[in-house]
Design a binder for this molecule. Sequence first.
Ligand SMILES: Cc1ncc(COP(=O)(O)O)c(C=O)c1O
Length: 375
Amino acid sequence: MSDKVYRVCEPFLNGNETKYVMDAVSTGWISSSGSYVTRFEEEFARYCDVKHGIAVCNGTVALHLAMAALGIGKGDEVIIPSFTMIATAFAVCYTGAMPVFVDADKDTWNIDVTKIEEKITPKTKAIIPVHVFGNPCNMDAIADIAKKHKLFIVEDAAEAHGATYKGRKVGSFSDIACFSFFANKNVTTGEGGMCVTNDDKYDDLCRYYKNVCFPTNGPRNYLHDDIGFNYRMSNLHAALGLAQTEKADEYKKMRMTNHNLYKKYLSDVPGVIFQKDEDNSENVGWMNTIVIDPAKYGHTRDELIAHLKENKIDTRLLFKSMHIQPSLIKYGCNCSGEYPVTEWLSENGFYLPSASNLTEDDIAYICGIIEKFAN
Ligand SMILES: Cc1ncc(COP(=O)(O)O)c(C=O)c1O
């Protein structure tokens, strides 16, 4: 057995992080007023091929800010996938609106675009497609539906920094798109998030709401016309973010190399299922996720997880479906209906170690253990 402990993920900070953070510290610019915030916003927006970036303190509030800027509120409905992290749903709830769930596609694990229209009502205002694990959604189909029903699109690109659909970066397909820079993300600030948009009006509104509704132009007279939030990102976090964005393509390449190695080493193991890339897209391999078919693999997902743990290989369970979340049931969401793909993913899937700097030897070792355990 190897002595090494394989964590599910760890940040990879091999660029200008220390230099920029120390600069922020030594100059005393540690709040949100420092120049790294603007530099990070500009650099990350450029990386996404969009006009504006608005840095905030995490991906959850980025989603809430997007909802607020679009004027979504009580009485509105917003379509989200049932297979997502809870933040997608909570961001809708913070506004008083109702999240409405759509099951996942059994191959791509993204929102099933064939099931969106049946959930649209006169109250529907927006769709939040989530690029699950870095796999871009079918944005053509989503754009057609949004256009037909006059809905906003807010991409939840929390897991998909630099992914492309038909050669275009994710984040550029929506009214406002949202990213997370949590420590396990391909580009990280520890905690952090960003809204990106091509629309000057939404840029202005996001900046207004994120900074307690201080006017974005003109003098501060400490009269606030609306109820806003303090969602500002600090200059220290932005210093990390700028350094990470300078290396974003390098990290994407490392994660995708690892993703392809996992596929190569496990492709012949019966009962190990991978997410299918969306057509005409480029995934970013955020988390290497497999689903176990126990009948073919010979063990259940939980037996395999326990075996990996004995071998010091850490794993993580997948999200549970939105329709069984006690919080959302209490909130009053319509949680009836069937979500078989999401349930199948939650019950049989898990994350394998996915840090950017895993080596081919690491992945061969982990896959060897999975392969030998198969019956
Ligand atoms: C799909 C999705 N949306 C939103 C978030 C929320 O981001 P944060 O943890 O930065 O608040 C995450 C976090 O991992 C996520 O995976």
